[in-house]
Design a protein around this ligand. Structure first.
Ligand code: ZN
Length: 271
């Protein structure tokens, strides 16, 4: 069997993502000799039976979980203090960074102090600082968006990778899960945006979301299935007022007035 045929057989086993298992080999019928690993968005298979040629690797599309796993050298412990790098300069120091936040409706959130946005001169990124969930006066990390097409990955996480970037006002009763920091800023005058950055929902996201009366899931148009999966995950976590918000475009392309219309006046809505 060639690689392609083997891959089809292994895919036909329907092993869920992020799983490492041993099973009977469908190629040589060896008892428990086939190892399959679906972590990091790969499918790797290998049979331990000496005369069996089952072996291969399929690399799925690289998502943020994969990028993070590859790029971070060592899992930084969340209790290590995050120090803002010296290369983070004020936003005004770079015109591309300023242009980015204008074009992506972050300007208002930045100028009203709802978001802390800087420019990383070393990596040529516009960076969104992440505040601690419990103590908003402390920064625990940052998320940087590349400002040129050659910088990879497009989004880079500094410091703590578990605490979400969020942007909003303390009086907000509603929150929305969005794809990226710019979208979180764009909605932040009306409701609190929580960016998941292509990762799966983490425990700290769920913990943080518990304080809201109503939660929307508003991922990109092409992530509709993921939106429903996340909504279901939140519901099974015990959050009941969870709704998938159908979007005609990324939230970062809408201004506050349009966001307000979209959410029916948001928290000003009579309940
Ligand atoms: Zn085998």
């Amino acid at each position: 069997m060639n690689y392609k045929q083997q891959l089809e057989v292994v895919q036909g086993l329907f092993i869920p993502p992020d799983t490492t298992i041993r099973l009977d080999c469908p190629f040589c019928s060896g008892k428990n000799t086939l190892s399959v690993d679906t972590t990091n968005n790969n499918i790797k298979w290998h049979c331990f039976h000496a005369s069996c040629s089952a072996k291969g690797k399929y690399q799925g599309e690289k998502d943020m979980d994969y990028v993070n796993a590859t790029f971070k050298k060592k899992e930084e412990s969340s209790d290590i203090e995050f120090k803002i790098p010296d290369s983070f300069k004020i936003l005004d120091s770079n015109s591309k960074a300023k242009k980015y936040i204008h074009k992506n409706n972050c300007w208002e959130a930045w100028s009203w102090g709802r978001a802390d946005i800087k420019y990383d001169v070393k990596q040529d990124r516009v960076v969104f600082l992440i505040r601690d969930n419990e103590d908003p006066t402390t920064f625990v990390g940052a998320v940087g968006r590349a400002l040129n097409s050659i910088t990879y990955p497009k989004w880079y996480m500094y410091g703590n990778k578990d605490v979400p970037f969020k942007c909003g006002l303390p009086e907000h009763k509603e929150a929305i899960i969005v794809e990226d920091c710019a979208s979180a800023c764009a909605v932040s005058n009306i409701l609190t945006g929580v960016a998941i950055l292509g990762t799966s929902l983490k425990e700290s996201h769920k913990q943080y979301l518990k304080q809201y009366d109503k939660i929307y899931v508003g991922l990109d148009r092409d992530a509709t299935k993921k939106s429903y999966d996340i909504a279901n995950e939140l519901k099974s976590y015990g959050l009941q007022n969870v709704h998938v918000k159908p979007l005609s475009d990324d939230l970062k392309y809408f201004n506050t007035k349009e966001i307000k219309e979209m959410f029916n006046g948001g928290e000003n809505e009579k309940r």
